[in-house]
Design a protein around this ligand. Sequence first.
Ligand code: GZL
Length: 307
Amino acid sequence: GGGGSDTASSGGGGNDQITLGFAQVGAESGWRTANTKSIQDSAKDAGINLKFSDAQQKQENQIKAIRSYIQQKVDVIAFSPVVESGWDTVLKEAKDAGIPVVLTDRSVDSQDTSLYVTFLGSDFIAEGKKAGEWTVKNFANASGEVKIAQLEGTTGSAPAIDRAEGFADVIKSDPKLKIVASQTGDFTRAGGKQVTEALLKSNPDITMIYAHNDDMALGAIEAIEAAGKVPGKDITIVSVDAVHDGMQALSDGKINFIVECSPLLGPQLMDVVKKVKAGESVEKRIVTEETTFTPEQAKEALPSRQY
Ligand code: GZL
């Protein structure tokens, strides 16, 4: 037993009201807390009864939560799979119970795509490519080798796998660009700081850090400053998400470029839930709209950012 918080629910229990069971990854990053807020606020606005659980980044807790939603006979189940693999059994249980499942944010590697109605979330490979394109441009005139350290997201998660793939695909066009070290910081600030502290000892001459999310980049900034170096100058930093603290560091010049990954999936999720309940068809893949930011663009955008 234990692990993960109990499923909290909000909103009345009217008989024609839709009940959605959402199994969240955890609360590991600024992105995740903004994503949770978007889902909770949107459920309220949509009059949908939300049952919500936090799996503390453990797959077994997400599976437990999904099973509890099946027991409670919710109308729809939605979740962001912490890792890509290991979902077929529980998704089959949901299918056999006649409960449609919506994937948000991260996807699964199940061969049987009938196990879920749709996948609503970002194109992480495109995010990695955008980071790579900026890197190729930024170092086009560099004289020697550009030593890159990569802070990977949660091992086995779709964003970690795809952001690494998209980035590597693009930077291979310039042989000067070399990934000399790559390690997971599990999407957390503490993880990013610990990995960077070790990195700076083993690779003191790294030119750039590519972080799979802002929280790890912010941890890296702490480690770089503790080592007496200037983040954004001595070591170039590129990251993904564009959450408030990342955008602040970008605006301050401690990060050089951020690829946005929007957590505000709540409104689209509630639309999908209502369509599914009404038996209407939904596209199999819904890709989130998102952009990129330079320091100047961050300065302009910060005042109006929701997260
Ligand atoms: C991406 C999401 C990732 C964020 C991290 O959609 O799954 O998980 O990039 C978060 O900040 O922890």
